[in-house]
Design a protein around this ligand. Sequence first.
Ligand code: RM4
Ligand code: MN
Ligand code: MN
Length: 396
Amino acid sequence: MSPEHTTRVHEALDTFRIEVPSWAFANTGTRFGKFVQAAAASTIEEKFSDAGQVHALTGICPTIALHVLWDLPDPRHDVQEIRRFADRYGVRPGSINPNLFQDQTYKYGSFGNPDETVRARALDHARSSVAIAKELGSRDISFWFADGSNYPGTANIRKRKRAFEECLRIVHGELEANQRMLVEYKPFEPAFYHTDVADWGMAIHFARAAGTQARVLVDTGHHYQAQNVEQIVAWFLSEGMLGGFHFNDRRYADDDLTLGSIDPYQVFRIFHEIRFFEWETGCGADIAYMIDQSHNLKGKIEAMIQTVNMGQELYAKAALVDYERLSRAQDESDLIRAESCLQDAFATDVRPAIRDWRRSKGLPEDPMQAFLSSGYLERVSLERASRNASSVSSYA
Ligand code: RM4
Ligand code: MN
Ligand code: MN
């Protein structure tokens, strides 16, 4: 790699940050059950401690996404604790994720529920999530809805759409000027016939209906097979509506596998669209990069470090695309030359440049190796093993 390429990689890495999710450190499973890990975190303090390890070793994960019901069941008390843990473990609270799907009351939906009293309850939870975000200094409140129906004819799709528009507008009214509402979409699961926010078109509509501080969140696993995700990303960029990502990889559905484990070229193409947009417009895209994964077989912290490394690597590769050349080739419809701009960048081994960058920041050159030899895993496994062995409770 030329010195100019190394500089380009280093500059890209200086700005690349990615948020880890609290729930990825907890014991999670599938609907068939879960395999408990001795080292898994079960308290919010343990989640902060684990996220602190990932940040200390990679240097690029300064925030942790929180799920309100799982991490702040008693908001008044938990907010104070979280502030203390943030100081103690060196990671700040990041996006706040309301939970509008787990309570029994949401059997037929939250914002789309035909029952006004359930919608009011969902609104209360959403409002208190915004309040939590304000207290913790979190900018993004990230909404994912399980709302939908399982059988044709059982739900009034248009009425539910109107209810969503109204509820989202009300919650948006609670935001402070610097806060954002992120609207995530998902085509199916847990609802199997229709979901109320099924795709990017519905999400952009709802975000616009909600208000000017709403944006769309792209969870890479929330698409039908073969969907061109980077095209959706390019459209959101062009419309100023891209708020953030939930990164993960998938083979079949919303598999929540580690980033780039199945199709690293897709993640590269997404980063490429973003950087190409930035090059063309001269503006930095304001995007929250977040991870949303569930490691039910791999070790939690190891899987997170692996994900962060992969994200960093693919972002660095995307920084190597020669935009002058690409843009000329596109204008001239020189297909081979245009495509090779992407292929050449993707094929470049950026790992030596990343190791240099880490060294220059006083970080371990190999965060995974550093973690495995740190003794942290052995220590927390001993401390947490007996509690985890008897844990059969909720998803996170
Ligand atoms: C959903 C979606 C949400 C996440 C939950 C746990 O499929 O991806 O973002 O919070 O799972
Ligand atoms: Mn998600
Ligand atoms: Mn998901």
